[in-house]
Design a protein around this ligand. Structure first.
Ligand code: SAM
Length: 353
């Protein structure tokens, strides 16, 4: 067992804390108890840091992995009255909040992908480097395993999964090799699958891009857990749950996730009104603003200390306090009394009109 087993170094921790803090402060200014959602609480690293930095914050932590929830529950037990952990896929965020009678939240963090716990526990089947049954379910209480997918999908469907979710250039060759192998005997172990993939990939291509089975394992994991489908639903739900001034932070570990984060945020930070109008129409202005320019990456020092951070990409956005147009704002504000000495048009003496 490696020393690191079951530990998880939180990625971009300081950056996450600095992005979340103003949203929690905004809740305090409004006289509310700040509420933070960790949509992927995992082993509780980010959650613990938020709870430590903000002694008044209430934390809602979600995870689909019961083992991760057991671990984070123990780690966060000293903050118990302020912590609510919920076993759910993160697209269940609205239901989880409703069950806790929470109508809006101040910040939401998504730290996507697998935890070190999942990668290091040999029997979970996520790692191509360790021999284990081909499971790969983040929630081992439900759903199809990787073994079922590998042994039952038609070859063209397998090839599509590998091409789209793994960006595997040799998807058809790998799918054909899987087809041939399983016609002899069912594929049940991660080491056997990793070997099979390695042999299916041309020797010249094996020398670059890390372990040849990396992309196939990523693709199967995404398919098993329907990761992109649930993320596509969860991100808009998280944005909808934020109060004005509330902030969303998303950390992705591959381009497909990052693209979904970008797509969920983009329509909210731009106007939906006609482009050729000089003024914003009521209800068509942006409702969020970007807090990051493009996607941020960890610096070299963090990657050197925690190689898992290398592929992290962070995006963040804030719900605007006031999304009314200038016209709506001036219509709503009471007419101001002209200052003393002002003329009929409200300009003070000596002031250019
Ligand atoms: C990278 S880890 C989070 C680590 C955490 N930030 C920490 O500091 O310990 C990702 C976690 O998200 C969970 N997860 C992934 N997809 C999920 C989903 N669709 N719904 C709920 N939890 C999910 C995984 O089970 C895993 O525990």
């Amino acid at each position: 067992m490696s020393e690191l087993r079951g530990t998880h170094v939180p990625v971009l921790l300081e950056r996450c804390l600095s992005l979340i803090a103003p949203a929690l402060e905004s809740a305090r200014r409004q006289g509310r108890t700040p509420t933070h959602v960790d949509a992927t609480v995992g082993l509780g690293g980010h959650a613990e840091a938020v709870l430590e930095a903000h002694p008044d914050v209430v934390l809602v932590g979600l995870d689909r992995d019961t083992e991760a929830l057991d671990r984070s529950g123990a780690r966060l037990s000293r903050f118990a009255p302020r912590v609510h952990l919920v076993h759910t896929v993160y697209d269940g965020l609205p239901d989880a909040l409703a069950a806790l009678s929470i109508s809006a939240v101040d910040s939401v963090l998504f730290d996507l992908g697998v935890s070190s716990l999942q990668l290091d526990e040999a029997d979970r089947g996520f790692a191509y480097a360790q021999d284990a049954p081909l499971d790969m379910r983040m929630d081992q209480t439900t759903g199809r395993t990787a073994e079922e997918i590998v042994n039952s999908y038609a070859e063209p469907d397998l090839a599509r999964v590998l091409r789209v979710y793994g960006e595997e250039k040799f998807a058809s060759r790998v799918a054909a090799a899987i087809g041939r192998a399983r016609s002899r005997t069912p594929i049940t172990s991660s080491a056997f699958l990793a070997e099979l993939v390695r042999d299916a990939i041309p020797a010249a291509a094996r020398r670059t891009g890390g372990h040849p089975a990396k992309r196939t394992f990523q693709a199967l994991r995404i398919e098993v857990n329907e990761e992109l489908r649930v993320l596509e639903q969860a991100l808009p739900a998280a944005l909808d749950a934020l109060t004005p001034g509330g902030r969303l932070v998303v950390m992705s570990y591959h381009s497909l996730e990052d693209r979904l984060a970008k797509r969920a945020i983009a329509p909210r930070v731009r106007s939906s009104g006609p482009v050729d109008l000089p003024v914003e129409l009521p209800g068509t202005g942006p409702t969020f603003r970007l807090l990051t320019r493009g996607a941020e990456s960890p610096d070299e020092a963090e990657v050197a200390a925690n190689p898992r951070a290398a592929s992290a990409r962070l995006r963040a956005t804030e719900r605007l306090m006031d999304t009314r147009t200038d016209r709506e704002r001036s219509d709503a504000s009471p007419p101001s009394r002209p200052p003393r000495g002002a003329g009929a048009d409200g300009a003070t003496e000596g002031e250019a009109t």
